[in-house]
Design a protein around this ligand. Structure first.
Ligand SMILES: Cc1ncc(COP(=O)(O)O)c(C=O)c1O
Length: 351
């Protein structure tokens, strides 16, 4: 039986056509600044984001951490949502790599308003950290693939700028946000000083993310990339995969969003499964969260394990909370099969 892998959209694999593009890419040594395919990708990414410059990096984590390093000095404070990727899943990078503190905002969906940012800004005083950087995440991973409404995003970003903050957008899944909202990436990027996006999530690329911003921010981020060990040599092969994905794998993300909605809808009919509070109206994009009803004789880790035996992989992300991510290697028919497997596991648990 073919495994249905819903653990993450990072599991997507290069298609034969993408591999073909990778093998045909003209190459150079990017650390020496002469890989033409990397240069082409950086120019394309900068243009897509409406920024003067961009740098290709190995991962979304490095894009965020290089941005943080570029915008801050040790002792500075970052303001971000309490469920941010930069806090939970980047190894303590803000502290370890840039010497920064983080101050957090709590909301149910990963978006926030200006007063909540304002209330965290510290006045200039020798006792205090310097409030320096506001980090957005769009879509928001831990809070259900939530899309920031553009007007709200613009309002918060403008207010933060007026209060003297730099602004970074962790756009690991900005492509999903744009396909779902109908906005161009540059419409979001116009309101921040730097923006990252990943090619290795849902687009089939084996590796790669990029960061765009003004010339000085990207010069500093490029230096941080080298310092963090992310300078890559014949990385044109990876950049070629990203260029291929930009041409062929962005628009089809609507299919993943439709499959996520289908999966979430099917789950609603299965006894013992409840929609997650982060997604009252269903998933915005390709990430589906759900919870197992309290009082059942099965918790999320046991559910994950039993489902694995039915050939469906996903992640327990709490004692009763589960996450499934739809992506280009999961076709519509597989969604139906995954739902059948969930039903069987829940029936087996007495539901
Ligand atoms: C919102 C967000 N930012 C950053 C990253 C980091 O990307 P990478 O795994 O390429 O380091 C991820 C990864 O899932 C993510 O979801």
């Amino acid at each position: 039986m073919h495994t249905i892998d819903l653990r993450s959209d990072t599991v997507t694999r290069p298609t034969p056509a993408m591999i073909d593009a990778m093998t045909r890419a003209p190459l150079g040594d990017d650390v020496l600044g002469d890989d033409p395919t990397v240069q082409a990708l950086e120019a394309r990414f900068a243009a897509l984001m409406g920024k003067p410059a961009a740098v290709f990096v190995p991962s979304g984590t490095m894009a965020n951490q290089a941005a943080i390093r570029a915008h801050t000095e040790p002792g500075d404070e970052i303001i971000c949502h309490e469920g941010s990727h930069i806090i939970h899943y980047e190894g303590g990078g803000p502290a370890a790599l840039s010497g920064c503190m983080c101050r957090t905002i709590s909301t149910p969906d990963g978006t926030f308003d200006l007063p909540s940012v304002e209330s965290l800004i510290r006045p200039p005083d020798v006792h205090f950290c310097r409030s320096r950087l506001l980090v957005f995440e769009n879509t928001h991973n831990r809070y259900g693939g939530t899309v920031w409404p553009l007007a709200r995003f613009a309002e918060v970003a403008a207010g933060a700028k007026a209060m003297g903050l730099r602004r970074h957008l962790d756009g690991a899944r900005l492509w999903n946000a744009c396909v779902a909202s109908g906005h161009a990436p540059a419409e979001y990027a116009a309101h921040v000083d730097s923006v990252s996006a990943c090619f290795s999530k849902g687009l089939g690329c084996p590796v790669g993310s990029a960061l765009a911003g003004d010339e000085e921010t990207i010069r500093r981020a490029r230096r941080a990339r080298k310092l963090f060990g992310g300078g890559m040599r014949q990385s044109g092969m990876l950049a070629a995969a990203a260029l291929y994905a930009l041409d062929h794998h962005i628009e089809r993300l609507v299919v993943d969003h439709a499959n996520a909605a289908r999966f979430a809808k099917g789950l609603r009919d299965i006894r013992g499964i409840e929609p997650d509070p982060s997604q009252p109206g269903g998933p915005h994009t390709n990430i589906v969260f759900f919870t197992l009803s309290p009082g059942l004789p099965i918790d999320a880790p046991a559910f994950q394990e039993r489902l694995r035996k039915h050939g469906v992989l996903l992640f327990a992300v709490g004692p009763r909370r589960v996450r499934a991510v739809l992506h280009m290697d999961v076709q519509e028919a597989m969604v139906g099969r995954a739902l059948e497997a969930v039903s069987e596991v829940m029936r087996g648990a007495g539901c």
